[in-house]
Design a protein around this ligand. Structure first.
Ligand SMILES: *[C@@H]1O[C@H](CO)[C@@H](O)[C@H](O)[C@H]1NC(C)=O
Ligand SMILES: *[C@@H]1O[C@H](CO)[C@@H](O)[C@H](O)[C@H]1NC(C)=O
Ligand SMILES: *[C@@H]1O[C@H](CO)[C@@H](O)[C@H](O)[C@H]1NC(C)=O
Ligand SMILES: *[C@@H]1O[C@H](CO)[C@@H](O)[C@H](O)[C@H]1NC(C)=O
Ligand SMILES: *[C@@H]1O[C@H](CO)[C@@H](O)[C@H](O)[C@H]1NC(C)=O
Ligand SMILES: *[C@@H]1O[C@H](CO)[C@@H](O)[C@H](O)[C@H]1NC(C)=O
Ligand SMILES: *[C@@H]1O[C@H](CO)[C@@H](O)[C@H](O)[C@H]1NC(C)=O
Ligand SMILES: *[C@@H]1O[C@H](CO)[C@@H](O)[C@H](O)[C@H]1NC(C)=O
Ligand SMILES: *[C@@H]1O[C@H](CO)[C@@H](O)[C@H](O)[C@H]1NC(C)=O
Ligand SMILES: *[C@@H]1O[C@H](CO)[C@@H](O)[C@H](O)[C@H]1NC(C)=O
Ligand SMILES: *[C@@H]1O[C@H](CO)[C@@H](O)[C@H](O)[C@H]1NC(C)=O
Ligand SMILES: *[C@@H]1O[C@H](CO)[C@@H](O)[C@H](O)[C@H]1NC(C)=O
Length: 652
């Protein structure tokens, strides 16, 4: 391919860099002595030349300028040779030690069906982004090691998309207190398909408990768990849910494994399918014992495991998604499940392209696979499945009970989604907010209440502008229309509160407006105990009257001779916080504001909150002796990324 003009990189004020890429020339001074056809540089030469330029950015006085310059070099390259962006940037990244090799590969490597890498997506984004403006600075802050300061979030509004708020929409309807429905909420299942009993659970190279996980230090002697842990059975559940204990495996025999993965899981691993089945069996058993069935289920995403990119294939992504949905369907039967896609439920990891630009067809396989399954399982009706298929960022369902559930794809605001850095000062590149607003306007007009579900909380790992836009929309339609907001992603049992005039420093009982429920995970990865929850919901207003969480102490299954996990009721939200609250009032944002105030003021209450957030696990911090709980008040009272950052900055 010809590079017909010198690539001029007009960079920052007063700096004009003439790239080392020459114009088309007849002979090339080729170090390796390989001459390409008629004066065209070999790919290797172009790559070396780009790497030299990237190298030159290192050690310059200003790291932000250096990062922006690299994006400009990439943008010039992508116009001529998009295929060389991935090889040049990944080699430069590894050789210069910019990030560790795994991260370099994940960020810049060429994606294949065997390897979940984002290099092609990075190249797509370079072709459309403004490398020196907000896009570039935002990218350099979040994706390039904080090399630029966080740029000021643009002042944008979507208020032209809705009518003014009328006085009757300033308050929420009071619950009728004439009957409740029950809604199950599960999140972050992250099935580990290649979970291997006896695999290394103290690994240093990847997600643990895999055939490929290992510890970089050789074990000298025998595992400390030999003679103590005794749960190594290849157990499984039949389709009729009956339990088969399976054969015992001796993981200590001729093994150099430090910590052998036991039957039911480990805190450094995602769950084997049998743990997912056990948790869902517990859900069903609990309902049966209490003589009810769930009216519906919300599933806030993440089906694929946390392995490093080189061990995540397209095939495994598809199989994980199919297995998790199949397991949910097998247990929940005719109870509809309203799912969302999480940041792991994509390929490559975290990516989703706006439809208004090209590239979105790279992800239609996923939208189509998921919509087909949701429809086949009877969770979505034909028209809703068609909406999910065609809209790609969400769908809206009017449930049998009259509530509307709007499901969103939060990869649109995910920091690791390369495509979210294109034209990032536009408040709605994906068209998702217009979709959400149209649904809310229609519901408000008929006094229908709405729940919103998405994976990533608006106040954590989101980009600042979409986070602010979401808050603006929620403020407009709260508290009268939006009766609930539900997230997952953090794996912690949490909540986040929205105050009126978001960004307004006042966090008071006068301006508290709404809040989001953040569900605990089934996966124990990250040293937490698996948990699920359900809500008791007022059947006329769909305001939430109470929330119950259930969990199992995973470490007890290491020494239980293969017995099934014991699940137990962990807490009821109404009972554990010392807030005086009428039984007829919902657990609305005012209630959670009173809880958050206590969390802020009292170490003891903070400890109560942390115990539940982490489910009494090895991760549970001691708030009296560590600093790990210091940010709790900020995370609970920040609905947007900017509020959270400001709140944390004020602490230090
Ligand atoms: C700039 O980046 C280099 C590594 O590339 C790092 O060592 C240095 O601390 C950074 N400087 C600042 C001010 O962040
Ligand atoms: C770029 O810098 C790295 C070390 O940081 C070096 O190993 C490599 O040879 C340099 N590449 C070029 C083409 O200059
Ligand atoms: C947004 O508006 C406020 C108030 O007018 C102003 O202080 C701030 O600088 C503006 N931010 C940006 C990024 O323009
Ligand atoms: C309470 O609910 C029952 C059955 O759902 C209904 O028949 C009755 O009219 C309701 N009462 C009020 C006061 O709404
Ligand atoms: C895990 O492995 C490291 C060496 O990589 C070792 O220092 C540590 O003690 C091991 N932990 C356990 C619980 O065996
Ligand atoms: C292994 O452990 C034994 C006894 O604790 C010690 O004598 C030996 O030096 C260790 N070997 C290595 C390679 O660390
Ligand atoms: C989990 O349940 C599904 C659905 O019944 C079943 O097909 C699968 O084999 C089960 N897996 C294990 C390991 O229990
Ligand atoms: C290890 O396995 C071999 C062959 O299966 C068996 O003969 C031996 O007794 C086992 N040793 C231990 C300590 O379990
Ligand atoms: C469920 O129904 C059975 C049979 O009607 C009854 O024996 C049992 O007490 C009920 N359980 C609860 C929790 O209400
Ligand atoms: C902040 O909120 C308080 C309480 O609702 C209100 O009185 C005040 O006007 C707000 N300030 C701004 C700047 O929005
Ligand atoms: C929460 O419910 C109480 C009692 O029904 C009500 O006074 C309060 O205004 C509600 N808070 C919000 C934010 O709607
Ligand atoms: C399980 O972990 C908890 C929290 O770290 C600890 O208190 C408990 O003793 C552990 N139980 C077993 C059986 O190891």
């Amino acid at each position: 391919m010809h590079l017909s003009t010198p690539i001029l990189l007009s960079l920052l004020t007063g700096v004009t860099v003439v790239s080392a890429l020459p114009s088309t020339i007849d002979t090339v001074d080729n170090e390796e002595g390989i001459l390409e056809t008629y004066g065209v540089q070999s790919d290797d030469q172009i790559v070396s030349s780009i790497i030299r330029q990237l190298n030159e950015t290192i050690g310059t006085s200003n790291n932000c300028t250096a990062c922006l310059t690299r994006l400009s070099i990439g943008k010039a390259l992508v116009d001529a040779r998009p295929d060389l962006v991935a090889p040049a940037f990944s080699k430069w990244c590894i050789d210069s030690g910019h990030f560790d090799a795994d991260s370099c590969n994940q960020e810049y490597g060429i994606s294949t069906v065997e390897n979940s890498k984002g290099g092609a997506n990075f190249a797509d984004v370079l072709s459309l982004m403004d490398p020196l403006g907000y896009d570039g600075k935002l990218y350099c802050y979040y994706r390039d090691g904080g090399n630029c300061d966080k740029p000021a979030t643009p002042n944008a509004t979507l208020s032209h998309l809705w009518p003014p708020k009328s006085p009757e929409h300033m308050v929420a309807p009071e619950p009728a207190n004439n009957g409740t429905i029950r809604v199950l909420h599960v999140s972050d299942l992250h099935i580990e398909l290649d979970y291997t009993i006896g695999g290394e659970a103290n690994c240093t190279n990847s997600l643990c408990c895999n055939p490929h996980s290992h510890n970089k230090h050789k074990l000298n002697g025998t595992s400390p768990y030999m003679g103590y842990w005794n749960s190594f059975y290849d157990s499984y559940y039949n389709d009729d849910f009956s339990f088969v204990k399976g054969n015992e495996i001796n993981p200590f025999n001729n093994s150099d494994v430090w910590t052998p993965a036991a039957t039911w899981g480990n805190y450094k691993c995602d769950p084997p399918e049998r743990l997912i089945n056990s948790s869902l069996n517990n859900v069903i058993d609990y309902a049966k014992q209490n003589n009810f069935t769930f009216d519906f289920t919300i599933f806030t995403g993440d089906m694929v495991d946390h392995d490093v990119s080189k061990f995540i294939s397209l095939e495994e992504t598809i199989k994980s998604e199919e297995s998790v949905l199949r397991d949910l369907k097998s247990r929940l039967g005719s109870t509809p499940v309203y799912p969302v896609l999480g940041n792991h439920d994509s390929y490559p990891y975290g990516q989703l392209a706006p439809e208004q630009f090209s590239f979105s067809n790279k992800f239609t396989w996923n939208t189509e696979l998921m919509s087909d399954m949701w429809q086949e399982f009877g969770w979505l009706k034909d028209a809703q499945a068609q909406q999910a298929r065609s809209h790609y960022t969400g769908y809206a369902v009017e449930t049998k009970v009259g509530l509307k559930v709007i499901s969103l794809n939060s990869n649109t605001w995910f920091r690791n989604n390369n495509y979210a850095y294109i034209n990032a000062s536009n408040p709605d590149n994906f068209g998702m907010f217009k979709f959400l607003i149209d649904e809310l306007v229609a519901s408000e007009a008929k006094n229908q209440r709405v729940w919103i579900t998405a994976h990533i909380p608006s106040g954590s790992s989101a980009l600042p502008l979409p986070s602010k836009m979401f808050a603006e929309i929620v403020e407009r339609f709260s508290p009268s229309t939006i009766a609930g907001i539900f997230f997952g992603h953090t794996h912690m049992d949490q909540f986040e509160i929205l105050y009126a005039g978001s960004g307004n420093d006042t966090k008071s009982i006068e301006n508290v407006l709404n809040h989001a429920w953040i569900a605990p995970s089934i996966t124990p990865w990250g040293s937490i105990n698996p948990a699920w929850r359900f809500y008791e919901v007022d059947s006329s207003t769909f305001s939430i009257m109470n929330m119950h969480t259930f969990y199992t102490k995973l470490n007890e299954t290491f020494i239980s001779n293969g017995a099934e996990p014991q699940w137990q009721h962990e807490y009821s939200a109404r009972d554990v916080y010392n807030v005086s609250w009428p039984v007829t009032s919902p657990l609305n944002a005012t209630f959670w504001h009173l809880v958050a105030e206590q969390v802020g003021k009292s170490v003891d209450v903070r400890q109560v909150y942390e115990n539940y957030a982490t489910r009494f696990s090895p991760r549970t911090p001691s708030c009296a002796t560590s600093k790990k709980c210091d940010g709790d008040f900020c995370s609970l009272t920040s609905f947007t990324v900017d509020e959270y950052d400001e709140c944390m900055a004020a602490l230090s």
